[in-house]
Design a protein around this ligand. Structure first.
Ligand SMILES: [Zn+2]
Length: 361
């Protein structure tokens, strides 16, 4: 049975046209290197360390130039976005597709260019990092928790026994712990006796390192107050309820419970504050993430959203605009991708108004 093509016929025809045109322009690897070289040269960034002004010599398609003043060879891709690329044409085609508002996934890019799917995946991510740098600072944001339905892929951050979605809970927990370690809160949202009780329960569980039963936690205390305190502790991510009314601490650090609870409240506030504007886009974004990529990881979700914005915002997508941006951008290394983590609040679209609300493809 043939799989239904992902792109509609019009979009597919446009893609085919762009690829055909690209192949006329770029026949071999050297053509690709030459395009990067001429762009860098036009920008005036190709100068020898010696500062000599006698000019340079170079052969067509070569990865280096030679200084006419001192004779030194310079590998001009070193330290740039394109440092150590092996398949310049694959990179350039991927960039060209982005510039034309066509988003392909890794296997589609692989079959268009002949590179391995894993290489294509890495290329797309690195280009998306470059795109993300172009995203305006003032952007509408959306809680990453709202896009969890598209999170299906594991990364190094996924807990060993967990689901890819668990990265979100871990990340929120880290955030809350960090907040809780900051200056002690003097917030009076919670009554002093509940806070004191919550602190006692947390200290006990954190010290214990084993699960404790609710009845044991209750002891001589009032049942209602203990329930309230454990609810607060759970929503602050400090303890976890387990089947059969058992509880366990999620961390064993000495923490001020009031501060942790205030941080959790702040996080919820942050989520609802942006609800009105961004909630209208959630369905379209989920359809895009699942439809295009068959699900993504939490770790890189921000990169995919940048690509979504870029595709829809024609005003930023001039011919060779992304290519030029990449030529002048610094390198995006494997290490940078490894330590990259999408923030809690994801940038989605530039403010001010974005109208109409973008539709899924
Ligand atoms: Zn020189």
């Amino acid at each position: 049975m043939r799989k239904k093509p992902r792109l509609d016929p019009a979009e597919q025809a446009r893609l085919d046209g762009i690829v055909a045109q690209f192949r006329v322009e770029f026949k071999c690897k050297e053509d690709g290197i030459e395009a990067i070289f001429s762009t860098l040269q036009r920008e005036g960034v190709l100068v020898c360390d010696c500062g000599g002004c006698a000019g340079i010599t170079r052969e067509y398609g070569s990865y280096f130039f030679r200084c006419k003043s001192c004779g030194k060879k310079t590998w001009f891709l070193a330290g740039t976005f394109f440092a150590r690329i092996r398949c310049p044409l694959a990179w350039l085609l991927a960039i060209r597709l982005f510039e034309n508002g066509i988003v392909v996934n890794a296997s589609e890019l692989a079959s268009l260019t002949g590179v391995a799917v894993s290489s294509a995946q890495m290329m797309l991510k690195k280009i998306m990092v470059a795109i993300q740098a172009k995203m305006p600072v003032e952007s509408a944001v959306l809680p990453s928790a709202w896009l969890l339905d598209a999170v299906m892929r594991r990364t190094i951050r996924t807990p060993a026994q967990g689901h890819p979605k668990d990265e979100q809970f871990e990340f929120e927990k880290e955030y809350l712990l960090q907040e809780a370690k900051k200056a002690k809160s003097t917030d009076t949202t919670y009554s002093a006796n509940v806070v004191a009780l919550a602190q006692r329960i947390y200290d006990q569980l954190a010290r214990e390192k084993n699960k404790l039963h609710f009845d044991h936690i209750c002891g001589q205390d009032n049942f209602g107050l203990v329930s309230m305190a454990t609810d607060y502790l759970q929503s602050a991510g400090l303890i976890k309820a387990m089947p059969g009314d058992w509880y366990i601490a999620t961390t064993h650090e000495a923490l001020d419970v009031r501060t942790a609870m205030t941080a959790a409240n702040g996080l919820r506030g942050m989520y609802t504050e942006h609800a009105e504007k961004a909630i209208l886009m959630v369905d379209a974004l989920l359809a895009y993430l699942v439809g295009t990529y068959q699900g993504i990881s939490r770790k890189y979700i921000q990169l995919y959203l940048s690509a979504y914005w870029y595709r829809l915002d024609e005003s930023v997508r001039g011919r060779d605009s992304l290519f030029k941006h990449c030529c002048l951008a610094g390198p995006v290394t494997h290490h940078m991708l490894r330590i990259y983590v999408s923030p809690l609040m994801l940038k989605v679209m530039p403010i001010p108004e974005w109208a109409p609300i973008p539709q899924a493809q």
